[in-house]
Design a protein around this ligand. Structure first.
Ligand code: SF4
Length: 345
């Protein structure tokens, strides 16, 4: 139960910031002094997947720079409208791994709860950009069905709160959810996947920190940072508030052309994460979702980037390069190089 004093004090600040997020491409282009010619394709692409970006994230973008790596992650562009072979609306086959509405069970021992369809930011490369949240979001009775499915499967030891972004929920809703999970004896770990602390650091308020600190299991918060420029002082402070609760903080990134497909950029990201108390965990190859093909980085190039990173940094700062494949029993770890044929090890 979250004490009332933690429920209310900061509620307005992050809710207000969320409500003030930019959703109009013209406003975003105007705020950054960008070429108005970008507006027509932006409007066309936003009609398929809406623009949404909090002001706190926009403030970290470079004024007048259409190639800014943070802007590229959120600005709708005409390339999203091109058809690309191998790209689909459900690249991970999640529709086939769905034992109950709101529950995805792809990997042994872990189940993912789709807590909400809402995100503080709409990332253009999101593999769930066409996800049918209306049929899946765990609200009301649907949440109950997902919890019953977890309860009925004793192999599920870890629950991952995902979405959308679980930090779009109020602290009370998070408390109610963890309270329900606490009554399932075989659940032993909780993981929270969230990008909100990065784009809206005010969301890590006292109530959320209280919730984290009082979870009845060891917990990991997996944040999502793709570029060191995303970590400014308020974000570092938000990470510090989470770490102070005792949770493990990890990061997963997506390898994105024009954003972080550069050895120096990836090295700067790893060191900035570590400075902020977060360990680099996964670097994901792009999931081939329709509308995101312009972010693709070839696997051979990704391997080369990671080899360069491994030569520069200690092992704990080199994320694991992975790809998710529909129907696979786990993430596919991509080796940094192909062993020579003579190698027997
Ligand atoms: S925050 Fe995560 S779920 Fe939401 S749009 Fe971005 S990548 Fe997708």
């Amino acid at each position: 139960m979250i004490p009332a004093r933690h429920q209310d004090r900061h509620r307005e600040s992050w809710r207000e910031e969320l409500a003030e997020a930019i959703t109009d491409p013209a406003e975003l282009l105007g705020a950054l002094g960008l070429d108005p010619a970008l507006l027509t394709p932006a409007l066309a692409a936003a009609a398929r997947f809406r623009l949404r970006v909090p002001q706190a994230f926009v403030r970290r973008m470079r004024y007048g720079d259409a190639r800014d790596p943070l802007l590229r992650q959120v600005l709708p562009v005409g390339e999203e409208l091109l058809d690309a072979e191998g790209y689909s609306g459900d690249p991970l086959g999640e529709a086939a791994a769905n034992p109950a509405p709101g529950l995805l069970h792809k990997y042994h021992g872990r189940a993912l709860l789709v807590t909400t369809g809402a995100c503080a930011v709409n990332c253009r490369y999101c593999f769930r950009r066409e996800f049918r949240y209306d049929a899946q979001v765990s609200t009301g009775g649907r949440w109950r069905a997902a919890l019953e499915a977890i309860s009925a499967d004793p192999t599920i030891e870890e629950v991952i709160l995902s979405g959308g972004d679980p930090l779009s929920l109020s602290n009370e809703r998070l408390g109610s959810l963890s309270g329900s999970l606490a009554s399932i004896p075989h659940v032993r770990r909780l993981r929270v996947h969230t990008r909100t602390p990065v784009v809206l650091p005010a969301r890590v308020d006292e109530g959320f920190a209280h919730w984290l600190a009082h979870l009845p299991w060891p917990a990991a918060v997996v944040v999502h940072v793709n570029h060191a420029q995303e970590i400014d002082a308020p974000v570092a402070d938000a990470f510090a508030r989470m770490r102070a609760t005792g949770v493990t903080l990890l990061n997963q990134s997506v390898l994105l052309a024009g954003v972080n497909d550069d050895e120096g950029v990836l090295a700067a990201l790893s060191t900035a994460l570590f400075d902020a108390g977060v360990l680099p965990y996964y670097l994901h190859m792009l999931d081939r979702v329709r509308g995101a093909s312009h972010f693709e980085v070839a696997e051979a190039r990704a391997q080369g980037l990671l080899r360069g990173l491994a030569a520069r940094l200690p092992g704990y700062l080199v994320p694991r390069l992975v790809r998710e494949e529909a129907g696979a029993a786990g993430k596919t770890l991509i080796p940094l190089s192909t062993p020579p044929e003579t190698c027997k090890l």
